[in-house]
Design a protein around this ligand. Structure first.
Ligand code: GLU
Length: 339
């Protein structure tokens, strides 16, 4: 039987590092090197390997991922595996998920332990990602699954997956929803399909608007006794320092410190500002608490409600909306179904 054709696109990251003369790990390996290190790949798929960049994912940008999505759209393969660093996998995978609507698997994978360490996870993660991309259930449900992240034999939805530890090998989790599938022996065991209605609705708003200009989005993390002065400074600065939108990592169900409220109002008046849970995801309140910086007042004062999205994912969605030229009211409509 013909094996599925899987196109591997290598961006860099720990999975692609090798030691320099000082022993420091440098991102230098390309897609061919990654494939050569996993001979078993050839028994699973027809592999095509392409090096897109050799950078740490902390240095990737929206333009690069938009270009990557355009490249993926043009590929004839049966499935696509992107390798990159773990630092921004939770963001880039969600951006790809918003930009792509393919009926074939698109999977992002990476490594926590570099190739010079005992038990590096890169080769195993790459093999697992290719196995998932080739799996009949995954291929049949590719559109419903959206972009996936495969790490340590678990499959996660891009909208939900988070990097929950800076160094541990098991650094990824979907804390709100759990994994979509697990790999056991050489089998993919399906466990759930993600609820994607909000993403499908967002994509309708975004359809047709392509190749817009970058729209930088600032994140303001609320914390005990925060003054809100940085928000005020950005709101009053010329051209808002280039920021076109903002995300507030809000406390609890959607609150900010009362002393920060002047800054909150100023930034929300200046640029579209989304409230997202600093708890890391999960629906926000809408109508429980009163008081000047409660969710009821913030919502009355033009703050856009981010719903269940983690602030980093809300930032990806807001940048994508603003890059597409959506109005403030359209942005509000995009975020509303996220809860
Ligand atoms: N900061 C680098 C990156 O994200 C290395 C971390 C990693 O790959 O795990 O590419």
């Amino acid at each position: 039987m013909q094996k599925p054709r899987i196109h591997i696109l290598a961006l860099g990251g720990t999975i692609a590092t090798s030691p320099d003369a000082t022993g420091a790990m440098q991102m230098g390996l390309g897609a061919d090197d990654l494939v050569r290190a996993v001979p078993l790949l050839a028994s699973v798929a027809e592999i095509e390997a392409e090096t897109v960049s050799r950078v740490g994912s902390h240095s990737l940008g929206f333009d690069q991922i938009n270009a990557l999505a355009a490249k993926i759209r043009g590929l004839k393969a049966d499935g696509i595996v992107v390798t990159q660093g773990t630092d921004t996998t939770e963001e880039t995978s969600f951006l790809l998920d918003l930009l792509l609507d393919l009926d074939k698997p698109v999977i992002v994978t990476a490594a926590m332990r570099n190739p010079s360490l005992t038990s590096p996870d890169g080769p195993g993660n790459l093999l697992a990602a290719v196995r998932v991309a080739c799996d009949p259930w995954v291929r049949a449900h590719a559109k419903a699954l959206g972009v996936m992240v495969v790490m340590l034999d678990e499959v996660y939805a891009a909208a939900d997956v988070l990097k929950v530890h800076p160094t541990r090998i098991n650094a990824f989790a979907s804390t709100q929803t759990g994994p979509l599938a697990a790999l056991v022996e050489d089998r993919v065991v399906p466990m759930s399909l993600p609820v994607r209605d909000a993403i499908t609705a967002a994509r309708k708003h975004l359809a047709g608007a392509k190749d817009g200009k970058a729209a930088p989005v600032a994140v303001f993390w609320m914390s005990l006794d925060e003054t809100g002065r940085v928000m005020e400074a950005v709101a009053s600065a010329p051209d808002h320092l280039g920021y076109k939108g903002a995300v507030i990592g809000a406390m609890g169900g959607g609150h900010t410190p009362e002393r920060a409220i002047a800054g909150v109002h100023k930034i929300a008046a200046a640029i579209p500002t989304v409230v997202a849970p600093r708890a890391g995801g999960g629906p926000l309140l809408r109508a429980t608490y009163g008081g000047p910086s409660s969710e009821i007042e913030l919502r009355k004062n033009g703050l856009i409600w981010g719903g269940r999205l983690h602030p980093l994912k809300a930032r990806i969605l807001l940048e994508t909306c603003l890059r597409a030229g959506l109005s403030r009211s359209a942005v509000t409509e995009v975020f509303d179904p996220f809860g």
